[in-house]
Design a protein around this ligand. Structure first.
Ligand code: NAD
Ligand code: LYC
Length: 508
């Protein structure tokens, strides 16, 4: 079925659920509900689905908008949530296994590769830090304890008592294990086993590169997922690019009877008698549903979509604990293939100075997805996507020419720094497009271009992260500003949980 434009959709149509936004959180919610027989409408402001998991094409290259490192495509256990989400609506994706999750390039010329094979990774890491070989194994083994608990239970809404009772009786040990780790951060566990400050820095970058905070602020449940699943389900790249995940979910949504409209920007959530009952588009059309789901960030949902309503006390408490993470400066590069040897890893992290790890532009992230799927670039070329944290404040109040000049200057500085790991990069460049926090804000509809919420002080692990229901009856949130936070597999979990809670509320 071809996607609808808002003009083709009668406003008299009544839906069970309207989902604002087609990020992976929104699409998993929508597909799960459609598969259960609900009448679902997804409204997406952009021209394609996916949000930060979307793609764009330039000069024969197909670039992923966000990171190309994908968890959740394993073929066993319960934590392979992307495989499961596609499967639930009768679609699937070919994926390409990545043998190395990350190649780290660290201060003092320390390099470490995180191999898919757990023992090979521990061997290499232990060879770099022989005095902490045992402590490192103990830390990562404890991450497996968390993962094994998660991977043993069905993953649904923690806001649903009957589900909680069922999983508890089915697997009390796993549940009690999770209860134990919910208030804990990874740094606390790391310091139980590891003493050397430099090795603790390594654990910090292991967390920072996906949570954007060091280990002391990173929830242990999430660390357990990431540090174990990379060796269990593995990192697997979808053939055709990350954008394929959303494309396939939309295909499944439509097969299951759901609908999606593009270029349909929701300007307002309609609230009557204190209850969310519908949405109004920027173009004026209004649509109504029993339940409304926002896949926009919490800040966009409560500050913009709900208009001038006072911020509920629960949201005020949340804002006291979490702040917006930085956005990214992204360089989407096309380079001559001869630049890279065949054994180059797909993902790299470069830290030149530990003191600058968390600074703007301090850590460089690199993904080279064409090493796994060469069809994303013209023959004889590779894609290099390098990104580095950057705050919106550094990009405000600039004239158009100042903005362009700043982009250019910073981009070449990054190319220079990348030369250390990829000598000859500058000479091999064929294409460059630079995205800033302003691009992320504009194209992804995320306030300040943020990558998601981060704790603004040490919090008890995942405990303060909100689930899907909100203080406004009938309104739910999904995506990275809900439990368990950032990451595709994480927002997929949030989608499963949100759909489950709504299905129960709708009596499906
Ligand atoms: N490699 C990776 O692990 C990887 C890659 C990409 C993205 N991600 C993760 O994905 C997470 C984000 O996923 P998500 O599901 O939370 O959301 P998202 O931000 O990716 O998508 C939200 C969607 O909602 C749309 N939207 C927002 N406001 C709207 C409005 N008013 N009207 C209509 N549409 C609107 C946006 O256009 C966007 O398409 C990030 O945390 C990131 O970690 C991970
Ligand atoms: C009953 C009783 C008593 C109790 C109960 C308890 C329970 C049951 C509990 C439960 C819990 C749960 C279920 C939980 C869950 C969780 C989850 C799912 C989680 C997940 C997570 C995930 C994650 C975090 C992921 C992430 C990832 C990411 C972020 C990634 C990213 C990437 C990037 C950025 C890249 C970079 C790099 C380069 C390029 C190099």
């Amino acid at each position: 079925m071809a996607a609808l434009s808002p003009r083709q959709l009668p406003q008299t149509r009544q839906f069970d659920t309207i989902v604002i936004g087609s990020g992976i959180g929104g699409l998993v919610t929508a597909t799960q509900l459609a598969a259960k027989g609900a009448r679902v409408l997804v409204l997406e402001s952009y021209v394609i689905p996916g949000g930060s998991s979307g793609y764009f094409e330039r000069s024969g290259y197909r670039f992923d908008v966000g990171a190309s490192m994908i968890f959740g495509f394993g073929d066993r256990g319960t934590t392979n949530l992307l495989t499961r989400a596609l499967d639930a609506v009768g679609v699937s994706l070919e994926t390409i296994p990545d043998p190395v999750q990350i190649h780290y390039h660290l201060p003092d010329d320390v390099t470490v590769q995180v191999h898919r094979d757990y023992e090979k990774f521990l061997q290499e890491l232990g060879d770099r830090f022989p005095h902490e070989r045992q402590g490192l194994r103990q830390f990562y083994d404890e991450c497996w304890n968390v993962f094994n608990c998660l991977n043993a239970i069905e993953l649904l809404s923690l806001e649903e008592l009957r589900y909680l009772t069922r999983v508890f009786f089915q697997n009390p040990r796993a549940c009690l294990g999770l209860v134990k780790y919910l208030p804990v951060n990874a740094g606390q566990i790391a310091r139980k086993y590891i003493r050397d400050p430099q090795v603790l820095k390594f654990i910090d970058i292991e967390c920072y590169c996906w949570s954007v905070v060091p280990a002391d602020l990173t929830p242990m449940i999430n660390a357990g997922m990431v540090f174990s699943d990379r060796h269990y389900g593995g990192i697997n790249y979808p053939k055709g690019g990350v954008g394929q995940i959303a494309q396939k979910l939309v295909e499944g949504l439509e097969n299951a009877g759901g609908e999606i409209c593009y270029q349909a920007r929701v300007a307002k959530i309609l609230v009557e008698n204190g209850r969310a009952v519908g949405v109004r588009l920027a173009t004026g059309e209004e649509y109504r549903a029993e339940r409304i789901v926002s896949n926009a960030t919490r800040w966009d949902t409560f500050d913009t979509l709900l208009g001038d309503r006072p911020l509920p006390a629960k949201e005020r408490r949340w804002r006291d604990r979490y702040q917006k993470s930085p956005s990214f400066l992204s360089l989407h590069l096309g380079v001559e293939a001869s630049l890279l040897s065949a054994d180059t890893a797909c993902h790299h992290i470069i830290v030149e100075n530990w003191q600058e790890m968390e600074d703007p532009y301090g850590t460089l992230f690199v993904s080279i997805p064409t090493l796994l799927d060469p069809d994303l670039a013209p023959e004889g070329y590779h894609i290099i996507h390098s990104f580095t944290p950057s705050w919106i404040e550094q990009w405000e109040d600039l004239s158009p020419s100042e903005y362009e000049a700043k982009k250019e200057e910073l981009a070449w500085e990054i190319v220079d720094r990348l030369e250390r790991v990829f000598p000859g990069l500058d000479a091999a460049l064929d294409f460059m497009e630079v995205g800033t926090p302003r691009s992320h804000r504009r194209f992804l509809n995320r306030v300040d271009g943020t990558y998601g919420p981060i704790p603004n002080r040490k919090l008890p692990g995942l405990l303060p992260m909100p689930f899907n229901r909100t203080s406004v009856p009938g309104l739910y949130c999904v995506g990275d500003s809900t439990f368990p936070g950032q990451g595709l597999n994480a927002v997929a979990f949030s989608g499963f949980a949100c759909a489950h809670r709504i299905a129960v509320d709708l009596g499906l």
